[in-house]
Design a protein around this ligand. Structure first.
Ligand code: AGP
Length: 601
């Protein structure tokens, strides 16, 4: 996730670009850049690091007379944070900022290289600059439309040319908003960035192109037909706007999950081949001779690893062990192992120390992380990025479900590479995988029901979460979320394990959340706790005929394969923890005693 901005109008462009970029910094902040047009020249300023540092360089430089420009704040997905990889990217007199992922960039890059274009960066986005330059013959909108028609993937772009007084914007599957001012037009990835300047905005639709010139905006739809401007007046207050109108970053990030999972899987699924496109740096032989997978991680990331423990043996015929990273130093690492470290931050000390063992023991290592260029990526042989954008709330939400998505992709790739999973099985699995973002959206729509449940039990003083199979790790994660942000003692248990001790804690009114979308055996565990007075909140599949009879209340989730229901149950449990913490007045985004990144052992 990155942020883009643009400005055309009567005022000096640079200060407006920097101010709007800073308001988008929550979308990414590893590098930034602006391009402004002065005297038919485009001046570009870009660098790895924070926007405020770049702004200082701009102020030192001057750039008198700039009245239009584009800007970008980056969250690396292709190529590490560096000056070269920062946007805008340029080609001839063209400058482009891009948010999204160009899936066919390798093919386009080869073609453009053959045509003589020289690439300066490792990014997918740079192909856009060269492609637009290739088609540009004085009509910028036309060149952008031609280039866009050849691009697969998602994009929100703002483009300018040294010899044109207009800025052209376009979007597909990435957000873009235009702000309408007096003699000025503004562009940003999100509404909050624009609110200090205007409250009248136009949200571009997929396939729209907009031409901004002299304070005027013309929008045309995907067929090229002019579209009437549908502007709306935004009434939110500016503080809430930073969080996109949500009261907390955590709630915002919970709601970003359909998009985040989509970003994780975009360009990586081939339903035709029934396979996943992931470069693991392993040959077929490497995969076929692999003996086992060992996973190390902490906290929520550890729970993602536990889901892989259930999935990899079935998808890839590989045994898996999972260890909390702080205990891994006491374990043996066997030859023939792939050591996988999972860390959203890529900086968790215990996980880094564990992964270093791979080198000393001569085994292959792989990281699943959200942070391009983080320390973990230097330690391992290969990294898989979850690409879900920065997470501000301390509680991991979208980074966890994106880790699950990335691990499921990894399991399928290993399964296909080892010929354990047949093409047809892969196709069916991936077809269902593609539906996942939409299914997550349906779970989010249960928020009112979940909020009521949260209020009912917020003052009970303890919680149990039970699940079996794929859903046991999710029971652990549900309990962790409840502890972490609502400060309620909560236990996660395998359903079958309750009767071996913890059942003694169940009494009248104890809330037990039963994850019941995966197999029927959980029903007997529900009956066990009901018989001891527990109130059971069941997460069950829509249309389950039994659950209403045995649980106290049922949250119905869309039907899907058990492995994908891990994600759906997670989202419901995140909402439950969130609304409980809210009811109790907890400080949700910064829970006491915790930090987003734990860099000490
Ligand atoms: C999750 O909500 C926590 N903030 C915590 O358990 C976290 O998952 C853990 O510290 C690991 O962090 P990492 O993924 O950045 O390595």
């Amino acid at each position: 996730m990155c942020g883009i901005v643009a400005y055309v109008g009567d005022e000096k462009a640079g200060p407006i670009l920097f101010d709007t970029l800073k308001r988008l910094e929550y979308r990414g902040y590893d590098s930034a850049g602006v391009a402004v047009r002065c005297d038919d020249q485009i001046e570009v300023l870009k660098a790895a690091g924070r926007i405020s540092d770049l702004e200082k360089s701009y102020l030192e430089r001057g750039s008198p007379g700039d009245r239009m420009g584009i800007g970008h704040t980056r969250w690396a997905t292709h190529g590490r944070p560096s000056d070269e990889n920062a946007h805008p990217h340029t080609s001839g007199g063209i400058a482009v900022v891009h948010n999204g992922i160009i899936e066919n960039y390798l093919a386009l890059r080869e073609r453009l290289t053959d045509l003589g274009f020289a690439f300066q960066s490792e990014t997918d986005s740079e192909v856009l600059a060269h492609l637009i330059n290739y088609y540009y013959q004085g009509d910028l909108a036309r060149a952008v439309a031609k280039a866009a028609s050849e691009v697969e993937g998602s994009y929100a772009i703002a483009v300018m040319s040294a010899d044109s007084p207009s800025i052209v914007c376009a979007r597909k599957d990435s957000p873009l908003v235009i702000g309408l001012g007096e003699g000025s037009c503004y562009v940003a990835s999100d509404i909050p960035a624009l609110l200090p300047y205007t409250r009248d905005v136009v949200r571009l639709k997929d396939g729209d192109f907009a031409v901004l010139e002299g304070g005027k905006v013309h929008v045309q739809d995907i067929s090229g037909a002019p579209r009437e401007l549908e502007s709306e007046r935004i009434e939110w207050d500016v503080n809430a706007a930073e969080r996109g109108g949500y009261p907390h970053f955590m709630l915002k990030e919970i709601h970003e999950q359909p998009r985040a999972i989509q970003e994780t899987i975009t360009g990586r699924i081939s339903e035709v081949e029934g396979d996943v496109r992931l470069d693991l740096g392993m040959t077929s032989w490497d995969m076929q001779t692999l003996q086992r997978v060992s996973i190390v991680a902490c906290g929520t990331s550890y729970h993602a690893g536990l889901v892989a423990r259930y999935f990899f043996p079935r998808a890839a015929g590989l045994p898996v062990d999972v260890e909390v990273a702080s205990e891994f130093q006491y374990m043996q690492l066997r030859p023939g192992t792939l050591l996988v470290g999972i860390s959203q931050s890529g900086e968790t000390a215990d996980t880094l120390v564990s992964l270093k063992k791979a080198r000393t023991c001569g085994v292959r290592s792989l990281a699943v992380t959200n942070m391009v260029g983080s320390t973990i990526t230097d330690i391992v042989d290969t990294s898989i990025y979850t690409r879900c954008g920065p997470e501000i709330g301390v509680a991991a939400t979208k980074t966890f479900t994106s880790q699950l998505a990335a691990l499921l992709l990894l399991g399928i790739r290993l399964g296909r590479g080892r010929n354990h999973l047949l093409a047809d099985q892969g196709r069916k699995m991936l077809a269902e995988f593609s539906r996942l973002p939409g299914l997550v959206q349906s779970v989010l729509e249960k928020r009112d029901q979940i909020r009521e449940i949260a209020k009912t039990f917020a003052h009970q003083g303890s919680y149990f979460f039970i699940g079996r199979d794929f859903l046991y790790p999710i029971a652990l994660e549900g309990a962790l979320k409840m502890k972490e942000i609502a400060y309620i003692p909560a236990e996660g248990y395998a359903g079958g394990e309750l009767k071996h001790g913890p059942l003694a804690l169940i009494k009248d009114g104890t809330p037990v959340v039963a994850l019941a979308t995966c197999g029927r055996k959980i029903q007997s565990n529900i009956k066990e706790v009901r018989a001891r007075g527990a109130e059971v909140i069941a997460l069950a599949t829509e249309g389950d005929p039994d659950m209403a009879k045995i649980a106290s209340m049922v949250v119905e989730l869309p039907a899907t394969r058990p492995v994908f229901s891990t994600v759906l149950c997670t989202v419901a449990l995140q909402l439950l923890a969130y609304y409980t913490a809210d009811e109790l007045g907890c400080e949700i985004d910064k829970p006491r005693n915790l930090a987003k990144s734990v860099t000490v052992e």
